[in-house]
Design a protein around this ligand. Sequence first.
Ligand code: BES
Ligand code: MN
Ligand code: MN
Length: 463
Amino acid sequence: MDAIQNYIDQNKDRFLEELLELLRIPSVSAQPAHNGDMIAAAEWLKKNLTIAGVDKVEIHQTPGHPIVYAEKMIDESLPTILVYGHYDVQPAEPLELWESPPFEPVIKKTEIHPDGAIFARGSCDDKGQVFMHLKAFEAMNLNDQLPCNVKFMIEGEEEVGSDHLGTFCKENKEMLACDVILISDTSVIANDIPSITTGLRGLSYVEVEVTGPNKDLHSGVYGGGVANPVNVLCEMIASLQDEDHRITVEGFYDNVIDLSEAERKAVNAAPFDIEEYKKGLKVNDVQGETGYSTIERTSTRPTLDVNGIWGGYIGEGAKTVLPSKAFAKISMRLVPNQEPDEITEKFIKHFTKIAPAGVTVKVEPHHGGFPVVTPIDTPEYLAAHKAMKDAYGKDPIPVRGGGSIPIVALFEKVLGVKSVLMGFGLDSDDIHSPNEHYGLFNFYKGIETIPKYFINYAELKSK
Ligand code: BES
Ligand code: MN
Ligand code: MN
């Protein structure tokens, strides 16, 4: 262990320089203009993994973006940890809201990160976090301290729904065989309150289109006489939640497993300061489903949110027009046992049903994903608990997360392997938002904690 920590201490500046290099590659999976950057990021990872001493590293092409796979097998009889992460990032737009360019990383101190944080798109989600694993591996491997086998699977399509990773897993079951999947793509409660994510919400994502007249019309000549699709879409969306902020889509809650009182108590026992929460978001109040706390609303309860809405004239000045069409992108976060396809179907049925005469609606399903809940009494989880306790000096708290990593449920289905979600970001790190950042404390704490996980896991499994 000392050899590992010494190596980390001696190489910490280089680790950071390398991460900044990776962050300079604008690997935005959603934008075809960045296809070349996706390849560049995959190649960069391949090179870095090679230096860290894997015995095999390959870039697997897919009909979408490539998957980087690497492994170091030291002994077939030892357990195997598969590290999963993603090198693709969310689009950086709106660019004008960034204080420094999204792909020119800078380090700045903040109130929450007094030691400094790396500001760049992908710094926390997920390049910074996946890179900690490369360096933790390097520190173990180059000092002959690797206690088990390791495999890396780093994809480039997480932010766009992991369309081709499922097929890749199905076609490469043997190569991907492992005992546990270790993922750092979530957060801790605070830098002095370690936690481990024990659940993720599922997702159903749809795009809706409301059409009124077959062309834009003069809003004076025709306004008041025919349905305005933007007005109609707003009414329809407003009706998707009742006054208690419960979702009105017929059958939406049918399969939701309600938590027991004891489970709810445990969920609400996690440290949470509502005043700090409001202050951090600059809102004067919170809002959500009646009868549930903010923690529950953002983790154990399903939700429906409009992610974007457009239609009509949005240019400068005023244009009097009754638009022909209106659009919205809508996401629903799901909890056990809601099924994404079923929810999407229910949404389509409901949305079509509530459309008033005078408009037609189209609903196009995008990606989806199943929710997951991970057990906390397994060696896989206990190894994480022990590693964090050792690194932070405090017992980590199990918390269910509100975000989604759809491939995690698929790993369980296809590979039959459960994941451990040991992430190191903070919810306030502005992932998916302008000025995304990742604390240097978090980056180094992660690199320090991961080898402890490997050691604990190998030990627990050998018992
Ligand atoms: N890393 C996030 C998920 C996350 C963040 C989970 C913080 C828990 C805490 C991941 O990259 C992500 O953004 N997932 C998407 C889903 C995907 C299908 C686009 C999400 O949750 O919106
Ligand atoms: Mn992520
Ligand atoms: Mn993300």
